[in-house]
Design a protein around this ligand. Structure first.
Ligand code: PMP
Ligand code: GLU
Length: 399
């Protein structure tokens, strides 16, 4: 009954870990979850008030497929304000979260067999979305020794006549890398020379703690003309449930993505769109307060991870993830009532931490590195401390 394409589809493991932790908690198991890739803050009041006001005004009908003109204008104002990038509302598409934006892109751009370069480690949905439309994700490794910065030489070596696009994500999920301006400049040159589309996922832009977030589209008119800039209200404004993501880019591409969306979901929620107008144009103070809080927790969790025997973690520069190297635990065994299990990869380590420490993490294999596990530190200091203590106690019992 099912299509071939779903027989090999990997469901989102980030969402799966979140669901598993929630289910265990509902059964009364006291699990500390470092799975959730979402801010633990509530959406700021001014944004909620804008949504209530929109409902009162009767903004409860279908909107333009691409989004209300006011929101597309707000996106243009944001990109001008933060990056000096000039777009018009017709260059913007608003979708049901950046995940939806990315899928519209995949449908609009990839023919079967087209290759997409994906620097690895990568966010779980890029390769799966490409595969869903018959595209071929090509993983191009980055090096832990450079803090997982982009590697323009390896990317250049991976280009073939079938390469259509390259997906960049800075600040990066899961590594926390903030790509250097130098590497971005080299990749921009590569994209222009090879005629590639650059998909620049900047969802964690507001959470840049070290280095400087550079939008590759701002490096010159040639690269801007072949870049799709993607962002979301989810992370900066703690609006994951509202489902508002957006893209700005070449008009023909935006139009094609809008046509795809017109046959699939129509517009994103009208009420959420009006909340997003307020999010983007209103005072940005809460964003800075939330970012400062994540920055503080970053040191707490990374320092704690580096104190665990067999675990090491580079300091992420942005987003709210720690990507811990757990290869030092491989080959060791855990003895429980169910028997002895040897830890041979990130899935084993994640299962061991859940069973023995009641701590949920996402196995790195789903992000392209089996030597790592990902911990989201979008959670309280107390839970970070308790989670680290539980991991420490469980690891010390390994043989
Ligand atoms: N890109 C990255 C790198 C992400 O981590 C996420 C997950 N939230 C998204 C895009 C999609 O976010 P949303 O659909 O909530 O806008
Ligand atoms: N992006 C977040 C994460 O990586 C949320 C879950 C998802 O959309 O994959 O955990």
């Amino acid at each position: 009954m099912l299509a071939e394409r779903v027989k090999t589809l990997a469901p989102s493991s980030t969402l799966a870990v979140q669901a598993k932790a929630k289910a265990l908690r509902a059964r009364g198991v006291d699990v500390i979850s470092f799975g959730a890739g979402e801010p633990d803050f509530d959406t700021p009041e001014r944004i909620k008030a804008a949504a209530v006001e929109a409902m009162r005004r009767g903004q409860t009908k279908y909107t333009d497929v691409a989004g209300v003109p006011e929101l597309r204008a707000a996106v243009c104002a944001k990109l001008k304000r933060d990056h000096g990038l000039a777009y018009e509302p017709d260059d913007v598409l608003v979708s049901c979260g950046a995940k939806h934006t990315l899928f519209n892109m995949a449908v609009a751009v990839l023919d079967p067999g087209d290759e997409v370069l994906i620097p690895s480690p990568y966010w779980v949905s890029y390769p799966e979305q490409a595969r869903l439309v018959g595209g071929m994700p090509v993983e191009v490794p980055t090096r832990e020794a450079t803090g997982f910065d982009l590697d323009p030489e390896r990317l250049a070596a991976a280009v073939t006549p079938r390469t259509k696009a390259i997906v960049l994500n800075s600040p990066n999920n899961p590594t926390g890398a903030v790509f250097s301006a130098e590497a971005l400049g080299n990749v921009a040159r590569l994209a222009v020379d090879a005629g590639l589309l650059v998909v620049s996922d900047e969802c964690y832009e507001a959470l840049t703690f070290e280095g400087r977030h550079v939008s590759i589209a701002s490096l010159g008119p040639e690269i801007k003309a072949r870049t799709l800039v993607i962002n979301t209200c989810s992370k900066a404004y703690a609006m994951t449930g509202w489902r508002i993501g957006y893209a700005a880019g070449p008009r023909a591409l935006i139009r094609a993505m809008t046509d795809v969306q017109s046959q699939v979901t129509s517009n994103a929620s009208s009420v959420a769109q009006w909340a997003a107008v307020e999010a983007l144009l209103g005072p940005q103070d809460e964003v800075r307060v939330m970012a400062a809080e994540f920055d503080r927790r970053r040191h707490l969790i990374v320092d704690g991870l580096n104190r665990l025997p067999g675990v090491s973690c580079i300091k992420p520069k942005g987003a709210f993830y720690a990507f811990a190297n757990v290869a030092g635990l491989f080959g060791r065994s855990s003895a429980s009532a169910a028997g002895t299990t040897r830890l041979d990869g990130s899935l084993d380590v994640a299962a061991f931490l859940l069973d023995e420490a009641r701590v949920a993490v996402v196995p790195g294999v789903d992000f392209g590195s089996d030597a790592h596990v990902r911990l989201s530190y979008a959670t309280s200091d107390a839970l970070i401390r308790e989670g680290l203590a539980r991991m420490d106690a469980a690891i010390r019992k390994l043989r």
